[in-house]
Design a protein around this ligand. Structure first.
Ligand code: ZN
Length: 312
């Protein structure tokens, strides 16, 4: 039976966070909130269901005990819910970081997953930039630049605007910088190696760096990933596919009016980033995150809203 499972997001405070997540309808615990984990089954920060038949249950519990909702084969897995979807508000620069791939993480991080992630830029102040990639040609040059602290020279910084999309493969140096909000879709993992933190202090101390692990996992030379969005128009809706990899496929759905959108196969996640409306009679608005159950079929959408839709 088709169901929409609404999730209660988990908000996270951080050094570099701000107050703009309130624009998504969340009530913030402080003026330094950096992340909203909108779809998460990550053990320490798991979303719970808001309303309906599964009210109050954790997403990790549903994944294990109600596998038919997701269209997962209990035997074949995956064992854990595979996606993590966040909205990030960078009031200040995030540290420059890199994630390992699955293989490195398995060996060096107790069998954990690596992290492949992608960013849809929700908003960027005029002149905003982000860090993606580096300028070292070889591993030796990379290690030398890092060991000599030549980070400004090393990192590749590019301008950013609302609507941009970036795929961040494991081993890619990256950072979100001040004035940018993004929606991030990623493997459900939290393994991050901090390469450089602008020598900032938190409670009087610098946060630890992971220099050796960073040198181990950073891929050289950096090759930018080209994104070629493909838009398919249907009556009263547009569906744009941004990127497809073995971990996720990410789309943007724009509805204006009354549209029928087909959703086939395994479960989909949906995060509303603008506007409001109804999905098969359920009210949805900016800041809502939900799971649409496996084999959903045709979704009847009414209103004027934009959502990021993901499937595995
Ligand atoms: Zn990252």
């Amino acid at each position: 039976m088709k169901q929409i499972i609404f999730l209660k997001p988990v908000l996270k405070e951080s050094l570099w966070g701000g107050t703009r997540l309130s624009e998504y309808g969340y009530s913030l615990p402080s003026d330094h909130v950096g992340e909203c984990w909108g779809v998460s089954a990550y053990a320490s920060s798991c979303c719970t269901v808001s309303g309906g038949k599964y009210q109050g249950r954790r997403l990790d519990d549903l994944w294990i005990n109600e596998p038919e909702l997701f269209g997962v084969d209990k035997e074949k897995g995956p064992k854990d819910f595979p996606l993590l979807i966040k909205i990030i508000d960078a009031q200040d620069d995030l540290s420059i970081q890199v994630h390992p791939d699955d293989e490195y993480a398995r060996v060096h991080e107790n069998g954990a997953c690596g992290k492949t992630e992608c960013w849809y830029v929700l908003d960027a102040k005029p002149g905003a930039s982000i860090v993606i990639g580096h300028h070292a040609k070889t591993k030796e040059e990379l290690a030398q630049m890092i060991n000599e602290g030549r980070f400004r020279e090393l990192i590749r910084e590019i301008p950013v605007k609302a609507g941009d999309f970036f795929q961040i493969e494991p081993g890619t140096v990256h950072a979100i910088k001040a004035g940018t909000m993004i929606l991030e879709t990623q493997e459900s993992s939290d393994i991050t190696y901090r390469l450089y933190d602008y020598d900032r202090l938190q409670n009087g101390k610098k946060r630890p760096l992971h220099t050796q692990q960073s040198i181990d996992v950073i891929r050289t030379p950096f090759e930018p990933k080209e994104i070629r969005p493909v838009t398919c128009s249907m009556p009263s809706a547009k569906l744009t596919k941004y990127f497809d990899c073995r971990f996720y496929t990410v789309y943007k759905l724009e509805v204006e009016g009354s549209a029928d959108v087909p959703l086939s196969g395994m479960f989909h996640t949906m995060s509303v980033i603008e506007g409001s409306g109804y999905l098969d009679g359920s009210r949805v608005e900016k800041g809502n995150h939900m799971v649409l159950t496996a084999g959903y079929g045709t979704m009847h959408a009414v209103g004027k809203f934009t959502a990021i839709v993901t499937r595995v």
